[in-house]
Ligand binder design. Structure first.
Ligand code: SAM
Ligand code: GLN
Length: 283
């Protein structure tokens, strides 16, 4: 079979299965199946695919049809300006999470010294911590996760991208593994309520780790704990930045208000117009 025909066939199969990004998924999986020869093939849609490549591709198509996300099949996901390794132990980093990276960079650049201390809680694949290490070369970065398996992958990503020496990785529940104070704390915590979890797309619910998503009956469990505990780990005038779900802004503002330890609470919307990051300054 030639490249064009196989791509069209896979695209139609994905469309029939209701996969929204059918063409793109077919292309990404084909590139992966073609390995080192992919550029040559994609430049020439008339080229014939060999049996081995075709058999890999067919296996990837079956996995995708069963609901597995493309990033778990290829083992890679682009985030910020780099490519991260991903596997079933970590959440696939979302484009929306680049908003918290942008906000943290803005906050960091307002400091007169560039040697500030940043903490990323629940680092997962290492996405946020690595992006900040890259953009803010003089900062001191600590990244934590409760999952040992996630932390292993985050460390591997940091090493592959040349940031092994820049990030101090620690395992534990929220602030438990750190006794330091920080200028900026960032966190994309789990924020899906038990009710919403059942309604998640099957690719998320059946494949991504529940520990990265589930956050109690209201989906706000982590905000309550983070806001309460962060006050003991922030420098005076230090910032707490958290990614939030589309309908969680009010609840998060309420928790900040009740705490009494924060001021300048602000929201940053994502490019679809939803509230995405809330930040607040330690009084
Ligand atoms: N920071 C990554 C990102 O933005 O792509 C991953 C975010 S994911 C939504 C939440 C992460 O928090 C997961 O890696 C999960 O293992 C971790 N986590 C869950 N509960 C935790 C806890 N109690 N303490 C520390 N990390 C936790
Ligand atoms: N944004 C993720 C989703 O749509 C949820 C990530 C989280 O809980 N932090 O599934």
């Amino acid at each position: 079979m030639i490249v064009r025909d196989i791509l069209n066939e896979a695209t139609r199969t994905f469309e029939a299965a209701g996969i929204p990004s059918a063409r793109l998924d077919a292309e990404v999986l084909l590139s992966f199946a073609l390995g080192r020869e992919k550029l040559e093939f994609l430049k020439n849609p008339e080229k014939i695919i060999n049996e081995e490549q075709l058999s890999f591709y067919r296996k990837f198509i079956v996995r995708r049809l069963q609901g597995e996300p493309v990033a778990y099949i290829t083992g890679f996901k682009n985030f910020w300006t780099f490519t991260l390794k991903v596997n079933k132990d970590v959440l696939i980093p979302r484009p929306d999470t680049e908003i918290i990276v942008e906000e943290a960079i803005d906050v960091a650049k307002k400091y007169t010294s560039s040697q500030i201390k940043i903490l990323d809680i629940g680092t997962g694949s290492g996405a946020i911590a690595i992006a900040l290490a890259d953009e803010l070369p003089k900062t001191n970065i600590t990244a934590t996760d409760i999952s040992k398996a996630a932390l292993n992958l985050a460390q591997k990503n940091a090493e592959n991208l040349g940031f092994k020496e820049r990030i101090d990785f620690r395992q534990g529940d929220l602030f438990e593994p750190v006794d330091d104070t920080f200028d900026i704390i960032v966190c994309n915590p789990p924020y899906i309520s038990t009710g919403d979890y059942e309604a998640l797309p099957s690719g998320v619910k059946n494949y991504e780790p529940a520990v990265a998503l589930l956050a109690g009956m209201e989906g706000t469990e982590f905000y309550e704990r983070l806001i309460c505990q962060a006050k003991n780990h922030l420098e005076k005038n230090g910032w707490l930045l958290m990614e939030i779900g589309a309908k969680q802004e009010q609840s998060v503002y309420k928790v900040f208000g009740q705490s009494g330890f924060y001021e300048s609470v602000e929201t940053r919307k994502d490019y679809a117009g939803w509230p995405r990051v809330v930040k607040a300054r330690r009084k």
